[in-house]
Each structure stands twice: as structure tokens, then as C-alpha cells.
Design a protein around this ligand. Structure first.
Ligand code: KG4
Ligand code: ZN
Length: 372
């Protein structure tokens, strides 16, 4: 090949990513190699903290107020003139919040004659371990990836084969992030509870308390999760310790730190428990972790150790890309654009929950249109 011939590595369009599905307003720009040029996140945590959860109407209003300013900042810092594709989260999430992002993205792409890709929020989390924040190009998605996605709404293992995504299991009740948030709320700890419990748990004994694993009827062998029994047991134990509500949330007693460490340890143990069997069944080349709970220090440590013991390369996203962000949405949009799966700005629709366009496998589990 002479120096002037075109490269055979597929280059993606320069992409503006927009994420507004829940309580973060986010904008990102990725270059043609999927390297992150800019990643802006405006968190609404302070807006919702007094209510111990996200208030949908407040979230939509805040997205409306903040999004134009983030675009102006992007223009100032890297410029928007080279953008070729707009990628936006179209679901699942809070419908009002999603409509702010999808309406904005559709109007922006239409007015400027840019391509548009509507992205599923979960597809964004799934590609997040393959993006870096140090200017490196995005890593190529291997043919077979076993991916654990743990957030406020999800606790599931997914198999990605050739970019096609299949859910392997799910939680029968609460998601892991939700359980962190609910335990924290019951104790009077600040919202969101995941990062707070994670930090406090570092000072406790993870083996001080033990919890009985859930008894799940599982005839299909899907290895589903269940966390609501653990949540109740943890809160009951905290009540029995006389720690509800905490007298001084900034300095919980040692016994409560032990309880929180044991709770975190148990969540992580249960999250990891299906992975060896799923790896045996599905023979992935790579193990990956994503979602807000992927920021959890013990989960990151133990997943990396598990990957090593299974002989599998293991990828965890940079911590800022674990919670909702637009870089992951932009990258998922790039992968869609590379296979020509674009959307029409005049017909793009937001959807609040799964199931969405992907359909279902023979066991009724959702599958996605291929990413690649
Ligand atoms: O992915 P995400 O930002 O939003 C959803 O799509 O749900 O995840 C938010 C969730 C919250 O439940 C939050 O408490 C949890 O991720 N989280 C954590 C940690 N950081 C965030 N959970 C445990 N440990 C953490 N360090
Ligand atoms: Zn998320």
C-alpha cells in the first residue's frame, strides 16, 4: 500500500454526544478514532438530594436550562465546526428528560445537515470500558465480550457477539445501585448512597456480618440476581444496632462501618458469582464492567482479580465514565454510524423503558440491534 492510499481502519465521523436520560446533563465530542476531545457533565445531584431520589419534572427543567450552556462551552473549548454526527440517548430513562435531549439533537442535526444516531443508554454503558479519557483512540470491540452492567436501574450480564447484545440474566427485584441508595437513605446518609457507602466501607470489616444468599427458583439456569432481601436484612441489622437514623452521619460507629463493609462485600460477591459459569458457557475473549456501580472500589478490585484467575483480559471504564456521560453515547453512535444505522431527525422517538426496537431471544430476553 503506498502512502497515499486510503487507510483500511474504519474511521468514524467526528461526533457530538448528548445524554439527558436521568439526572446528568452531558455533552461530549469524540474524534474520528473515538478519542475523547471533550467530556462535560453537569450533575443534578444537588437538585434532587433533598428528595432522596430523582424528581422527573425537576430533571427535565434542569436539562433544558443547562444543555445550551454546555454546547456553548463545547464550542468555546474545542469548536463544533468539524462535527459530522450527533449521537443522543433516546431511551430508556425519564421520558421528559429524554425528550429534551432527543428534541435538541434532532433540531441541531437537521438545522446543520448532520447525521443523527439515537442510542440506547445501555449500549452507551456497554461501550464505556472501551473508551479512555487520556486522548487515546477507543479500543476495538472484540468479537465476544462478557459484560457486567451495574447501575441504578440495571444488574445484568450481557453477551456481545459481533456487536450484537444479548441479556444473559437480570435482577428479579432491586438493582444493585438502587440497593446502595436505599440502604443509605434508610440510615440517613446523603444521596446518592453508592459512593458514600463505598467510602465508609473501606474502614469496616467485610467479614463481620454474613447474609444468606437469596433462594431463587431458576429452572432456566439464567443465574439471575436478587438484592432486595439483602437490603432489608442490612437495614434491620442497622436498626438492631441502634444506628437508625445515624446520630452523626459524618462519623458512624465502628460496628456500622463493619455492617456497611459486609453489605458491600456481599453485593460484590453476588454480582461476581455467575461470571465463571457464564464465561464457561459463552467463551468470551474479554470481561468488561460498566454502569454507575462500576465506580465501586471493591467491585473493580475483585472483578480484575477474577478476570486474572479466569485468564481473561478485563476492562473497567475510567471512573468518570462509570456514571452517566455523553462520551459513551457518542462512541455507541459512532459504532452505529459505521454500519449505516442512522436516524431521521424528523422521526426520532424517545422511549422510556425496555423493550425497545431490538426484540427478544427465544427465552424472551431482550436483544439489541447489532452495535457494529
Ligand atoms: O449509571 P448511573 O449513573 O445511572 C443509572 O443509569 O442508573 O448509576 C447510578 C448508580 C446510583 O445508584 C449510585 O449510587 C451508584 O450508581 N454508584 C455507586 C458508586 N458510585 C455510583 N454504587 C456503589 N459504589 C460506588 N462507588
Ligand atoms: Zn446509566
Amino acid at each position: 500500500m503506498d502512502a497515499g492510499s486510503p487507510t483500511t481502519i474504519p474511521v468514524a465521523p467526528v461526533t457530538l454526544g448528548i445524554e439527558t436520560s436521568c439526572d446528568e446533563t452531558a455533552v461530549a465530542i469524540l474524534d474520528r478514532d473515538g478519542a475523547v476531545q471533550l467530556n462535560l457533565v453537569s450533575s443534578q445531584v444537588a437538585v434532587h438530594a433533598p428528595y432522596l431520589g430523582v424528581v422527573p419534572e425537576l430533571a427535565s427543567r434542569r436539562h433544558l436550562e443547562v444543555l445550551p450552556g454546555l454546547l456553548n462551552e463545547a464550542e468555546r473549548r474545542v469548536g463544533l465546526g468539524s462535527v459530522e454526527l450527533v449521537a443522543v440517548t433516546r431511551g430508556p430513562g425519564l421520558i421528559g428528560a429524554l425528550l429534551v435531549g432527543t428534541s435538541f439533537a434532532a433540531a441541531y442535526s437537521w438545522a446543520r445537515g448532520l447525521k443523527l444516531a439515537g442510542v440506547d443508554h445501555l449500549e452507551g454503558h456497554l461501550v464505556s470500558p472501551f473508551i479512555s479519557l487520556d486522548g487515546r483512540p477507543a479500543a476495538v470491540l472484540p468479537e465476544r465480550v462478557l459484560s457486567l452492567v451495574v447501575s441504578g436501574g440495571h444488574s445484568s450480564c450481557f453477551l456481545m457477539v459481533g456487536g450484537e447484545v444479548q441479556a444473559l440474566n437480570r435482577t428479579r427485584d432491586d438493582a444493585a445501585g438502587e440497593v446502595f441508595d436505599k440502604v443509605a437513605a434508610a440510615l440517613g446518609l446523603p444521596y446518592p448512597g453508592g459512593p458514600v457507602i463505598d467510602r465508609l466501607a473501606e474502614s469496616g470489616d467485610p467479614h463481620a456480618f454474613s447474609f444468606a444468599p437469596p433462594r431463587i427458583k431458576d429452572p432456566s439456569g439464567a443465574l439471575d440476581y436478587s438484592f432486595s432481601g439483602l437490603k432489608t436484612a442490612t437495614i434491620r441489622t442497622a436498626v438492631a444496632l441502634g444506628s437508625v437514623p445515624l446520630a452523626d452521619p459524618a462519623h458512624p460507629p465502628q460496628r456500622l462501618l463493619d455492617l456497611l463493609a459486609s453489605f458491600r462485600h456481599t453485593v460484590v460477591t453476588w454480582l461476581l458469582s455467575p461470571l465463571p459459569e457464564l464465561a464457561r458457557r459463552h467463551r468470551p475473549q474479554v470481561l468488561a464492567l460498566s454502569g454507575g456501580v462500576a465506580a465501586n472500589a471493591e467491585l473493580r478490585r475483585r472483578l480484575l482479580a477474577l478476570g486474572e484467575s479466569l485468564g481473561l483480559p478485563t476492562l473497567v471504564p475510567p471512573v468518570p465514565l462509570t456514571t452517566d456521560n455523553a462520551a459513551m453515547i457518542a462512541r455507541a453512535g459512532q459504532l452505529k454510524a459505521l454500519t449505516g444505522r442512522l436516524d431521521d431527525p424528523l422521526t426520532l422517538r424517545a422511549y422510556p423503558r425496555v423493550p425497545f426496537k431490538g426484540g427478544a431471544d427465544p427465552r424472551g430476553r431482550p436483544t439489541f440491534p447489532p452495535l457494529l
